[in-house]
Design a protein around this ligand. Structure first.
Ligand code: UD1
Length: 339
């Protein structure tokens, strides 16, 4: 089974590539490095001891995309390539829709012309919008997204549904990720965004490293266990492994459109995450309570029953592993930069 992985050097793509290689799949990687670094490829090779067939390519470049399919007998595609910064998407909706929607259309068109109809698409819990019920099920209401990033994921989901309705030979798996955090246990790959992070874990990590003074907790008056926002954090390695289950599922069923939530099914509050991080890593995380962030909701966590029953998905790593591995990665990265 030869699998094309787009966005293979990004946070989720790189961890998934490692698991695919470790599980004996042949992979072809694609990335345009718009939000990733070239050295990730060396690190993946170091972790797995395997060489990667790689193309530096923008998915909007249809000719190059076609070339990849001409040169490799691709049987399945896992599509991670997308922009993902919520705030930036509000400022630059056109580039978000071009990069996250048009590029998928290019990919689908090329896939179709080569008769490749197996696809795993990276979607997000963001499609549930303001989440009217928890735990969220795959059948819960989708829509009401509050930013172009979220809407771009929703649009692609709709496009994939239309595509499947037009031709039932397509074999599509849509994964709705909740909040992936942590890093590979080797400490070689992980997430360390430039600038001031918008998401919680990268922010905590920067406070731990004293690059940022203090964490702002956005609201402590929600109707939750301790008043702070509750989310479904999932270890990136568990999330990566879910893609192996997705690949196996598509090989087994041959056609269909399948949607799965990927989280742990457990809600964790901001304060619970901060306290776990402090304890596991033996560092201080100064914080202050700030006003609620616009667009945030009190609680968002998944029902993962469908993924468990149909894919055999059982996330193994807990919140302590997530905190340890997230910090271990940036500490190792610092060491490597010094050497
Ligand atoms: C955010 C995005 C979502 C995206 C997801 C990816 C928004 C509104 N939503 O979700 O579209 O799919 O990331 O992982 O940006 N928090 C703080 N202080 C901070 C940062 C966050 O208290 O400095 C709190 C938030 O209020 C929230 C929790 O931490 O309760 C998690 O926030 P975050 O990591 O940004 O994830 P989401 O809001 O779930």
């Amino acid at each position: 089974m030869k699998i094309l992985v787009t966005g293979c050097c990004g946070y989720i793509g790189s961890h998934t590539l490692v698991e695919l290689l470790n599980n004996g799949y042949e992979v072809v990687g694609l990335d345009n490095f718009s939000n990733s670094k070239k050295d990730v490829l060396d690190k993946i090779e170091k972790i797995t001891g395997k060489q990667i067939v790689f193309y530096e390519c923008d998915m909007l470049d249809k000719d190059n995309l076609r070339k990849i399919f001409q040169e490799n007998k691709i049987e399945m595609v896992i599509d991670f390539a997308a922009y993902k910064a919520v705030g930036e998407s509000v400022e630059k909706p056109i580039s978000y829709y071009i990069n996250n929607v048009s590029s998928v259309l290019m990919l689908l068109d090329v896939m179709k012309s080569f008769g490749v109809k197996n696809l795993i698409f990276s979607s997000s819990a963001t499609v549930y919008g303001m989440a009217e019920e928890v735990p969220l099920k795959e059948t819960s209401f989708v829509g009401g997204t509050t930013n172009p990033y979220g809407t771009s994921k929703l649009f692609v989901e709709k496009i994939l549904m239309d595509l499947y309705n037009s031709d039932n030979d397509w074999n599509i798996c849509i994964f709705r990720y909740f909040n992936p955090i942590g890093a590979h246990s080797s400490g070689l790959i992980g997430e360390n965004p430039n600038g001031v992070p918008a998401n919680l874990m990268p922010y905590i990590v920067k406070v731990a490293k004293k690059e940022l003074e203090c964490l702002n907790i956005f609201g402590d008056d929600y109707d939750t266990v301790d008043g702070t926002g509750v989310r479904d954090y999932i270890h990136i390695m568990d999330l990566a492994l879910a893609h192996i289950l997705g690949v196996k599922k598509l090989c087994e069923v041959k056609s269909g459109l399948h949607i799965y939530n990927l989280g742990t099914g457990k809600g964790i509050s901001v304060l619970e995450l901060v306290n776990a991080f402090k304890k596991v890593n033996n560092v201080d995380i100064p914080y202050k309570i700030a006003p609620r962030r616009a667009g945030d909701i009190a609680e968002c966590y998944a029902s993962i029953r469908k993924a468990r029953e149909e894919l055999g998905f059982i996330p193994k790593r807990g919140i302590d592993d997530m905190c340890f591995d997230a910090y271990n990665y940036v500490l190792k990265e610092n060491e490597n930069e010094k050497n």
